[in-house]
Design a protein around this ligand. Sequence first.
Ligand code: NDP
Length: 251
Amino acid sequence: MFNLHDKVALVTGGNGGIGLAMAQALARAGAAVAVVGRNPDKLAAAKRQLAEAGGSVRTYAVDVCDEAAVAGLMAQVAADFGRIDILVNNAGINIRKPVQDLSLAEWHQVMDSNLTSAFLCSRAAYPHLKLRGGKVINIGSMTSIFGASFAPAYSASKGGIVQFTRATATAWAADQIQVNAVLPGWIDTDLTKRARVDVDGLHDRVLQRTPAARWGRPDDLGGVAVFLASAASDFVTGTAIPVDGGYSVQA
Ligand code: NDP
């Protein structure tokens, strides 16, 4: 029931961190993977890593905030692989400033990268997903649940991801498309390396608050990706699943 042979997965931000780990897990389960990102060096490295593990992989240098480019991306991936079954909306950024210091341009940059991109990719993928039924996995965050004083636009975008997930899940359930969100806890990636420098005491606060008593690793997100991409989750839709070592249930 977790077998993804003959399935094609598109992972945005699949050229690093959590996205790459999810792409690897999907490839190991048998899926062919289309990896999307902007940085050509990271794309080339991700392609090498996925191919070494035996996966069928192609990379696409696309800005997922660009409406026309996203439309072209879906058409190209469908042409290259013959189908799209799984969409992982994982690309994301953060700009860490308190709300009073955030410019409108910075607000839009974060909202576009984290939330509007998920809308654009989902909408463009829909005609392909609808052909055989499919799976959408949207990446939220602990800030989908909690406030973070240093991340107002990021928190708004990740809260929005959960509601966007629910709306899309209800809209597409009749098409046999399941749409779910994953809410990672604190995971050690490029994104959070910077946060540990910018936010005083963050590293230790995360350790103290997480019942599992460690930061997460990108690989910790592989299992949930396979579950939500496979037939194992065919009656699961509209949920937001924390993968956080217990962070969100700690009093
Ligand atoms: P990374 O910075 O390692 O990965 C983010 C990826 O998104 C990069 O590979 C980047 O590719 C890509 N990306 C960003 N903007 C765009 C864009 N406009 N177009 C195409 N690709 C883009 O961070 P993480 O792996 O940590 O983050 C992945 C997701 O997980 C994000 O949505 C993040 O918010 C979320 N998350 C992370 C947590 C953590 O603790 N690490 C916790 C909760 C959620 P490129 O460099 O080529 O632009």
